[in-house]
Design a protein around this ligand. Structure first.
Ligand code: PGA
Ligand code: ZN
Length: 417
């Protein structure tokens, strides 16, 4: 294998039209890239996304400082290192940064280089990325969680919960899962139109009409599933990401005009789970409400999947705390929340060793990069959420998963729920 001979970055745009980094890592034989995504409902403890703050450019959102950090300091630090020495490369960048949250160089700079290195290495070895990351055991396609209705910080409507997802658990293959979900999505669009509702989409491609309760989207989705010819609970189940940190303050959750305590919020979820086939709830409570989270896990953890996103932010220390305090039973994984591939893989492994579910995830501001599709298969996580069944930056990941499924042939498996 060869050594890294050049590293550079460029300022490009993400799916919301905001600047982000595209990083190139070159060896003598190959060049690999990674284009960095960006969140909107970010956890407070995420590694820092470095923005220029110069209001005259992109309203302060430019990333020229992060680009410079890649081109100068990071490039100097890792040039000459063996491209396959991912752990050493990541360690060198963590040491060079020297802060707990990568605020010096920027997690957007570091994650771009880290993931681009893996891609370059896989290209040099001339093997698919999932195979480079996961080896021969990489064989499980993920059940996709399609965010078909958007609210919260991802849409300009009045739905408090951020994401309403469908999971095609009754499919026999990933390709079938995608077809079933696309059909439901199109039927849902028709239903919205029939009812005179707005059928434009939010940041992740889900419909974003104005609705007045969290139940309305669930009702519309149930209607769409059945009208598309599928059985609720058997073929298709639901998942939610209320992203509760975004409507939590002063120890209360504001839903519509009501202010609820953690316990009352948990009661809302119990009712939802009783009335609809909801099998997974992400960030049902806020990142600062650890006690509430423990109660939520005690009350509902045996029945459904409880996914920690803002509360864990892909950080192994926060996951360890969660395991100790019996908080959640699954984790959402976003590589840019923590900043390197190595740390991401360690967090995934710990979660799996401890029996936590693992959902690989996109960000609401995405790019055409498909890295996370390969990552899900590489680690056999069995679940991915990467948006709705529309918008190019979401669809590329799903199309990549169909490619992977074809490549795996008989070795590939689609999970049962
Ligand atoms: P994001 O949130 O806007 O920070 O990407 C997505 C999520 O909450 O899962
Ligand atoms: Zn979330």
């Amino acid at each position: 294998m060869s050594v890294i001979c050049d590293v550079h970055a460029d300022e490009v745009l993400d799916s919301r039209g905001n600047p982000t980094l595209k990083v190139y890592v070159e060896t003598e034989m190959e060049v690999g890239t990674f284009t960095v995504p960006s969140g909107a409902s970010t956890g407070k403890k995420e590694a820092l996304e470095l923005r220029d703050g110069d209001k005259k450019r992109y309203g302060g959102k430019g990333v020229l400082k992060a680009v410079k950090n890649v081109n100068d300091e990071i490039a100097q630090c890792i040039k000459g290192m063996e491209i396959t020495e991912q752990t050493e490369i990541d360690r060198a960048m963590i040491d060079l940064d020297g802060t707990e949250n990568k605020s010096n160089l920027g997690a957007n700079a570091i994650v771009g280089v880290s993931l681009a290195c893996a891609r370059t290495a896989s290209k040099e070895l001339d093997i698919p990325l999932y195979f480079y990351l996961g080896g021969l055991s990489a064989s499980l396609l993920p059940i996709p969680m399609f965010n078909v209705m958007n609210g919260g910080k991802h849409a300009d409507n009045n739905i408090d919960f951020q994401e309403f997802m469908i999971m095609p658990v009754g499919a026999e293959s990933f390709r079938e899962a995608l077809r079933m979900s696309s059909e439901v999505f199109q039927v849902l669009k028709g239903i919205l139109k029939e009812k005179g509702m707005f059928s434009g989409v939010g940041d992740e491609g889900g419909f974003a009409p104005n609705l007045f309760s969290y139940e309305e989207p669930l009702k519309l989705m149930s209607e769409a599933v059945e009208k598309a010819g599928y059985k609720l609970d058997k073929d298709i189940v639901f998942a939610l990401d209320p992203a509760a940190s975004s409507f939590y303050s002063d120890n209360h959750y504001t839903i519509g005009k009501e202010k609820l305590t953690s316990s009352e919020m948990i009661d809302v979820y119990k009712e939802i789970v009783n009335n609809y086939p909801v099998v997974s709830i992400e960030d049902g409570l806020a990142e600062d409400d650890w006690d509430g989270w423990a109660k939520l896990t005690e009350d509902l953890g045996d029945e459904i999947q409880l996914v920690g996103d803002d509360i864990f932010v892909t950080n192994i220390k926060l996951l360890e705390k969660g395991i100790d305090e019996e908080v959640a039973n699954a984790i959402l994984i976003k590589p840019n929340q923590i900043g390197t591939l190595t740390e991401t893989l360690f967090t995934i492994r710990l979660a799996m060793d401890e029996g936590y579910g693992v959902v690989i995830s996109h960000r609401s501001g995405e790019t055409d990069d498909t890295f996370i599709a390969d990552l899900a298969v590489a680690m056999n996580t069995g679940m991915i959420k990467t948006g709705s069944v529309c918008r190019g930056e979401r669809i590329v990941k799903y199309n990549r998963l169909m490619d992977i499924e074809r490549g795996l042939g008989k070795r590939g498996q689609y999970p049962t729920w």
